[in-house]
Design a protein around this ligand. Structure first.
Ligand SMILES: Cc1ncc(COP(=O)(O)O)c(C=O)c1O
Length: 955
């Protein structure tokens, strides 16, 4: 889709003269793509040179010079990859300098192909020039024999102070250690400095293990501005520094931070025992005394990969499927006999294949395990997932994050506890409150009215809610804060800051981060700090840091231990938590199926809770409550496999997904035709400026480079997930649902979320450049269709189009805030905070005689809004879009909500039947047993405000 750029493309390498432009954000993630583009540029130039052979000498010379320059640009990148390697690159160089245009073009073509198709990972021939004699298979890439089983290929970074000449020898020594029984095959990549090692780890996603020698140098031998920019931003993003004298250990620590999944081996020539015994070096997989035992090192490297590769549950399931098992349990589909032998349903067998049925069982023994009480391979698989995601414990869940959320809430909340929760969160949380009997205290996200969607909840709103509870003596009841990170539309919180400041007010508050959409983020060094687990790890370190303790002591002097300062000061201060008091209790739920290679409904609960032992029993109860006793084995297996994939190639895949999203953003917003009708909203439109303190505007704003983007990701209250693209289609005359249906029906493009005037596109680890090209092509086609209609239809068509666009883009209803729970469902109706007993309201609606229905358009509604009695919702009403409950059980319905409902033009509204009308709790019931209401009447009277007056004012 995108033509390779040459000069000034932001990828200038060493020896390029003039001061280059700062690289734009989109040129960062595409390390792999950028490299391919460079090879394609070189290929293109070499072909032109080859074709010019019949032309004049001067023209040939010009072409040859272009090829030489292209190779020069490429050369430095190649230092960080094992393939094609120095030998082949030198051969290309030799052919160019000797004027062998045909030979150069042929070799460049074959290298480019091998890189693009990844064939070099298994094809020995790719590693040699076409005119070389066949090489010894065993010596080069042992997984490559024609009859050899597939052996996954990876690269090992060796950071060694040895002379470059010694590198070849060491590489040969490592290759000689290969054995036919090795399950994997690797090639080494050598660098000698801290900086080059960081660059290699960033640029080369195939690196899976790193060997760090002592005595390495600091500075890169590469002086390219872009490489330096990459380096600086990554160091900043992950907080790595080489300030210590010991660059080797600083590097080992830094790389673990950058890509925690990597195995790091440390080769020391000093006291290895001291290094091995250092508690701060426990992340090292092994420590060796130089290369005393090369075979041990080789075996350790393979063992490290095997540890990530092993999928205990999936492996056992495969073994189970191969055994001749007679089944006398209740699962006829198991082994597939009822299917394959059937006269009527054998096509299903053909479609899915035999393995699906062989791998079905209802047994929890014989190599399988029980999801409800795992002690065998599910337990090991969960432990591996915990390691991968940076959690202490993981629960696999086979009914989606809808269930994971309810499990966590049931385990952590009891009746009467207060749960602070974004009203715009997924409905599972609202049901979690109903199930547990906890009182939801809704905190409002900022609205994006024009796009009929919500953003995220400002930290000041959350702090205020906690301070209000404190002021009213109910802070002890606040047990859990639930936030969606990132939101459906891509708003990412700053979880470290949110937790730190909340813990300053309530040191034992528990956090549930619903990262249904964000599980993949762990594998991006940029996003990791904004994930629940990444933030929890940072906080854990922070709270142990003496400097933090000192800073806290300073704060205590100013604000008092009990934060006695006035509310304005507390809201305006970046609060530190008392490190001696805090309990770090963090939970995350993620829909593994939404962002990783997992079957639908596969979800995980991640736990990093220092007081987990106090709730462990409850957790098991929650599992028993919610998990099916017949969980789907294939879902469990894919949870296990998704973990394997992310630990081995997540870094590369996530970078690609981010890159593709940046490509879409750029192509749509800069395309002369598409951008007349469509646009992808930037960070500036999704996040108000007050939450972007760094001044960051958008990823593609001219002048934005990685330094600014990283600063924003570190500092800003909210960031935008690049992979979630809100495409405005109202300006093309389509409402979201219409446009979604058009894409599905006519262009086979699927998406799931819409708003009044936008659709949400997402890229994930499954997308390719071809997908993006297809999307762009379709948008061009649709735009051309609009143009044609407007031209053919003349003025009337244009007038109608403009009116439609105006209606979609400007006549948008205000989003109603949560009003309050009806007094009867509140303990103290005059309290500042609005939490209430939603469960009581929910179950009250089970009795028909306690309910009534009122048609939405009925004048009775308007009368009641003015004069009372108050309208009280009997159930959840959730319109799609926007997909959040605009009414919850027990909520007083105010004029704004009715207005919003009346303006809604969506068809799918859960909990509402247009024919019956709004389901309400009837006044007779609400006034019947009304102890709290009486209290409220008294309070209201005390405040000099009648109920009717309050109803009329809609508060
Ligand atoms: C924020 C959020 N949480 C939870 C869920 C439920 O996840 P699942 O579909 O895995 O049940 C969703 C579903 O869309 C969601 O958007």
């Amino acid at each position: 889709m995108r033509e390779p750029k040459s000069a000034n493309s932001g990828e200038e390498l060493m020896n390029t003269p003039a001061k280059p432009e700062a690289p734009r954000v989109d040129q960062f993630f595409m390390a792999e793509e950028a490299r391919f583009d460079r090879w394609r540029t070189l290929l293109h130039a070499s072909r032109l040179w080859n074709r010019s052979l019949a032309q004049q000498e001067s023209s040939k010379a010009q072409h040859q010079a272009t090829v030489t320059n292209s190779l020069q640009e490429l050369r430095q990148w190649e230092d960080f990859f094992a393939y094609p390697g120095q030998k082949l690159v030198a051969l290309v160089e030799e052919r160019i300098s000797s004027g062998d245009a045909t030979g150069a073009a042929r070799l460049i073509q074959s290298i480019s192909n091998a890189l693009l198709t990844h064939s070099y990972r298994s094809n020995v021939g790719d590693w040699e020039s076409e005119d070389e004699a066949p090489i010894n298979l065993g010596e080069r890439v042992p997984g490559a024999g024609e009859d050899a089983a597939h052996r996954p290929y990876f690269e090992v970074l060796v950071v060694s102070p040895a002379r470059k000449t010694a590198w070849q020898e060491l590489a040969q020594d490592l290759r000689k250690l290969r054995r036919p029984q090795d399950k994997f095959v690797y090639e080494p990549v050598f660098v000698s400095s801290f900086e080059d090692a960081v660059l290699a780890t960033i640029l080369n996603g195939s690196i899976e293990a790193v060997i760090v020698y002592e005595g390495i140098s600091l500075h890169s031998s590469h002086t390219s501005t872009v490489l330096r920019e990459f380096l600086t931003s990554h160091l900043a993003a992950s907080g790595i520094s080489a300030s210590a004298n010991d660059y080797s250990m600083a590097l080992a620590q830094g790389l673990k931070q950058l890509r925690p999944e990597l195995d790091i081996y440390f080769l020391s020539d000093r006291k290895v025992e001291t290094v091995a015994g250092d508690v701060n070096a426990s992340f090292l997989r092994r420590v060796f005394y130089q290369v005393e035992e090369p075979l041990e090192l080789h075996l350790s490297i393979l063992d490290g990969i095997a540890d990530r590769f092993d999928t205990p549950y999936f492996d056992n399931l495969q073994k189970y499927a191969q055994r001749p098992i007679g089944t006398f349990h209740a699962l006829p589909i198991a082994r597939g006999k009822s299917i394959f032998k059937s006269n009527w349903i054998s096509d299903m067998g053909k479609f899915y294949g035999i393995n699906l049925f062989l791998a079905e069982s209802s047994a929890t023994t014989g190599g399988l395990d029980s999801l409800l009480e795992p002690t065998g391979n599910i337990k090991v698989a969960q432990d591996k997932a915990a390691r991968a995601f940076g959690a202490d414990h993981v629960f696999f869940v086979t009914n989606g994050t809808s269930t994971s959320n309810k499990m966590v809430e049931q385990a952590l909340l009891g009746p009467g506890d207060i749960v602070l929760v974004d009203r715009n969160c997924h409905k599972s949380h609202h049901y979690g409150a109903v199930l547990s009997g906890a009182y939801p205290l809704y905190v409002e996200a900022y609205p994006l009215t024009q796009y009929s969607m919500y953003g995220a909840v400002p930290l000041s709103t959350i702090k205020k809610a906690l301070l209000d509870l404190k002021a009213e003596g109910r802070l002890d009841r606040a047990r859990l804060l639930v936030l969606t990170n990132c939101t459906f539309d891509g708003h990412i919180y700053n979880p470290e800051r949110v937790m730190e400041e909340c813990l300053a007010i309530k040191p034992d508050l528990i956090f549930l981060w619903d990262e249904a959409w964000f599980g993949f983020a762990r594998w991006s060094p940029f996003y990791r700090r904004r994930t629940a687990m990444g933030a929890a790890a940072n906080l854990e370190k922070k709270f142990k840091d003496p400097a933090y303790r000192t800073a806290y002591a300073e704060q205590e002097k100013k604000l008092g231990a009990d934060l006695k300062a006035d509310e304005k000061t507390l809201l305006g201060t970046r609060l530190l938590a008392n490190p001696d008091k805090v309990r770090l209790r963090v939970y995350q739920t993620n829909s593994t199926h939404k962002s990783m290679s997992c079957l639908r409904q596969g979800s995980m609960v991640l736990v990093k809770d220092q007081d987990y032992h106090t709730v462990e029993e409850q957790f098991h109860e929650a599992v028993f409550t919610h998990a099916s006793t017949s969980p789907n084995l294939q879902i469990i297996a894919t949870l296990d496999v998704a973990r394997r994939q992310m630990e081995l190639e997540g870094y590369e895949l996530v970078n690609r997904a981010i890159q593709l999203a940046l490509d879409v953003r750029r192509e749509v917003n800069s395309h002369p035709l598409i951008s007349k009708y469509f646009r992808v909203l930037g960070a500036d439109e999704m996040i108000p400026a007050e939450f972007r303190n760094s001044g960051f505007v958008d990823y593609l704003t001219p002048g934005v480079n990685w330094a600014t983007a990283v600063k924003a990701l570190r500092e800003d209250e909210f960031a935008l997930d690049v992979t979630r693209l809100t495409l405005v289609c109202g300006s093309a005359g389509f409402d979201g649902t219409q446009f979604k249906n058009l894409l599905a029906a006519e262009f086979d493009i699927q998406l799931n979320k819409t708003s009044r005037n936008s659709v949400l596109l997402q890229t994930n680890i499954n997308n390719t450049r071809s997908d993006i090209a297809q999307l762009i092509k379709v948008l061009v086609q649709i735009s051309q269709g609009i143009e044609k209609k407007l031209v053919d239809g003349g003025k009337p068509a244009r007038t109608a189009f403009e009116a439609r666009v105006k209606s979609l883009m400007t006549d948008v209803p205000d989003l109603p805030n949560f009003s309050r729970f009806f007094d009867r469902f509140r303990e103290n109706p005059s309290s500042k905070t609005s939490e209430g007993d939603m469960r009581a309201a929910f179950f009250a609606a089970y009795r028909q005689e306690q309910c009534e229905h009122l048609k939405l358009s009925s004048p009775e509604i308007d009368k009641r809004l003015k004069e009372g009695p108050e309208l009280v919702s009997a159930n959840f009403v959730i319109p799609y879009p926007p997909g959040f409950p605009i009414m919850v059980p027990g909520q007083v319905i105010n004029a704004q909500t009715i207005e919003f409902m009346r303006k809604l033009d969506v068809k799918e509204i859960h909990g509402f039947s247009a024919a019956l009308g709004l389901k309400l709790l009837n006044p007779a019931f609400l006034q019947s047993v009304n102890a709290p209401a009486k209290e409220s009447a008294t309070n209201a009277a005390k405040q000099g405000k009648s109920k009717t007056a309050r109803a009329a004012s809609g508060d």
